[in-house]
Design a protein around this ligand. Structure first.
Ligand code: NAP
Length: 269
């Protein structure tokens, strides 16, 4: 069966040129373009582009595998260079790749008067902040009251998102083979009256973390990867490691710790 693919572009000149080039090569090799039902999606741009692209295919995670080509700096998701296109398209046409699955985060928003929660998946993280004033909410782990948080916000990240916002918040970098989620604080208030744990928490896949607003009149700003939404009348927010997983097409070894070193330390070794 002919493989169906789709190439998504960041939209700038260089990424569009590379998109056209990849499409031409793959069509010449008898593959078929399908935006609706691709088996393989090639995202051309950066990690930001990759996030946008993946969200468009969250409804078919079991059927679609992803690969990222970067047109700026080395990315965590976009880790192929434009110079490697020919090698890549040949490997694609021969189906010479393995599938690596990484965990995703699941978030449910439970609102007053609504029986069904709103559900979201995140590849990097989900955060909660307040528009005005401090965020005040109870953090529960597996239904046990853990702490009352006061501060700027909280971030719950996936292992592959641990190198993104989570890292800027002082969270640990977590290998994506571990099915975990990590909760990090944004400027918590800690004094003689208010107390939070202060350290990032890494939870296993069978644990549930809940944020329960102390006051339901509060308006919150939620982010899910690149998306932002404001919500009110929130009864609770529930986070777990998702049952769904993202599938990466791996054409050559590129160990996670090498990507971490090359991105944050140096690639001159
Ligand atoms: P953006 O603000 O335009 O870009 C955020 C930066 O994060 C880009 O440089 C992007 O890389 C990089 N990035 C994305 N995912 C990454 C990952 N898994 N590991 C390492 N770096 C990663 O926003 P955007 O492009 O829409 O991306 C949304 C993401 O921005 C969020 O999911 C969040 O993780 C991140 N963010 C970070 C901070 C912070 O570090 N203080 C604050 C807000 C949001 P590329 O340049 O390759 O696209």
């Amino acid at each position: 069966m002919m493989m169906k693919f789709y190439v998504a572009s960041k939209g700038d000149h260089k990424s569009n040129m590379i998109k056209s080039m990849v499409e031409k090569y793959l069509l010449d090799l008898d593959l078929e373009i399908s935006q609706e039902a691709p088996e393989l999606v090639i995202s051309v741009g950066g990690d930001g582009t990759f996030l946008h692209t993946v969200h468009d295919y969250f409804h078919r995670l079991e059927e679609t595998a992803f690969i990222g080509l970067h047109t700026g700096h080395l990315g965590f998701y976009a880790d192929w260079l434009p110079e490697e296109i020919e090698k890549l398209v040949i490997a694609i046409s021969r189906r010479q790749f393995e599938i690596k699955e990484y965990p995703l985060l699941s978030m449910s928003i439970h609102k007053e008067g609504e029986t069904k929660p709103e559900k979201y998946l995140a590849l990097n993280e989900a955060t909660i902040k307040k528009i005005e004033g401090s965020l005040v909410l109870d953090v529960k782990i597996n239904d046990m009251h853990f702490e009352r948080f006061r501060g700027d916000g909280l971030c719950v990240s996936t292992p592959s998102g641990s190198t993104a916002y989570n890292k800027a918040l002082g969270g640990a970098i977590v290998h994506p083979s571990l099915s975990t989620m990590q909760v990090t604080e944004m400027s918590s208030i800690n004094n003689r009256v208010f107390r939070t744990i202060g350290s990032p928490l890494i939870l296993p896949s069978h644990h549930i973390c809940q944020f329960v607003p102390v006051n339901r009149d509060q308006k919150f700003v939620l982010t899910i990867d690149h998306m932002t939404k404001s919500v009110e009348n929130v009864v609770s927010l529930e986070y777990t490691v998702a049952k769904e997983r993202i599938r990466f097409a791996r054409f050559r070894p590129f160990p996670f710790w090498k990507r971490v070193r090359d991105s944050f330390i140096s690639d001159e070794y």
